[in-house]
Design a protein around this ligand. Structure first.
Ligand code: FPP
Length: 264
């Protein structure tokens, strides 16, 4: 029996060559440890239904809950979700306000489920620039899941890759001017240690980066960390992204030959 592959991730020939058994085997054997997702298409999902854009974000939050559990069940170790970028402040204030209220509105029911699933919340981004109620909600989620030892659910919130690099360069420059570091001692590791993903080590860099909604760009996400990530783009809008779409994306990742600049 052939599995029902989503049309927009795979070509027809891919689909006809795989069985459910193959998929189960693959899914057990080679799961990306760090999956990062650019959750795009909430607005278009709402527009297609003649709903306000924020209805797409509300549904997008439901997808966050479902996909967190799917990723955890598959054995992913870090799931990084791009929830709000440093550039998203340019959106209408009503939409920004809705997004800022989402953690407070949804974490009350989500966090108990995360604790049951042993999932720990981490947040990376310029948190101190967020409204107090958003900060409170995310800090509570971090504190309430601090003892969890399973998958890390890492929200990128008020995050931007260039801003992160600027902050890292400033920190390193300060160490040099304080004579704690010589400039010729600066290595890849020095930069890694000064990025917001440092605490995710040894899984700081995504193995797989997924972007939904058919857009094929990086949008200032994890610029340093995705140097060798496998990129998978799917036409599925984020509110429609399912457990099966995640498995399809992981299957595509599993077909790649990662060489990290070497030969295999
Ligand atoms: C992009 O879709 C999506 C966002 C900017 C927000 C994503 C946020 C969530 C899914 C909820 C989780 C959020 C928090 C704060 C925990 P878009 O609005 O750009 O869609 P469009 O391209 O179709 O307009």
């Amino acid at each position: 029996m052939y599995i029902n592959w989503s049309d927009n991730v795979f070509s027809k020939s891919d689909k006809t060559n795989r069985t459910e058994l193959d998929t189960a085997k693959q899914l057990n054997e080679h799961i990306p440890e760090h999956v990062a997702i650019i959750m795009d298409g909430n607005g278009r999902w709402a527009q297609k239904r003649h709903l306000p854009r924020v209805a797409g974000h509300r549904e997008g939050m439901n997808t966050v809950k479902k996909i967190t559990m799917s990723a955890n069940n598959l054995g992913v170790k870090v799931l990084t979700l791009y929830a709000f970028s440093t550039e998203n402040w340019k959106r209408p204030s009503s939409e920004v306000n809705f997004l800022m209220r989402l953690p407070g509105d949804s974490f009350d029911t989500f966090v108990p489920d995360l604790i049951k699933a042993n999932v720990r919340v981490n947040v990376m981004g310029y948190i101190d620039q967020l409204p107090d109620y958003t900060q409170k909600a995310v800090k509570n989620a971090i504190a309430n899941t601090a003892q969890c030892t399973g998958m890390v659910l890492n929200f990128a919130l008020n995050y931007g890759g260039r801003a992160e690099l600027v902050t890292a360069v400033r920190k390193i420059a300060q160490q040099v001017s304080d004579h704690k570091l010589n400039s010729d001692e600066i290595t890849d590791e020095t930069i890694d240690e000064n990025l917001m993903t440092a605490s995710l080590k040894p899984n700081a860099d995504p193995d797989l980066l997924i972007r939904t909604s058919g857009e094929e760009r990086i949008s200032n996400f994890l610029l340093w960390q995705i140097a060798y990530s496998e990129l998978v783009f799917t036409d599925v809008l984020w509110p429609d992204f399912s457990d099966q779409t995640l498995k399809d994306c992981i299957y595509q990742y599993q077909q790649r030959n990662r060489r990290f600049g070497g030969l295999k």
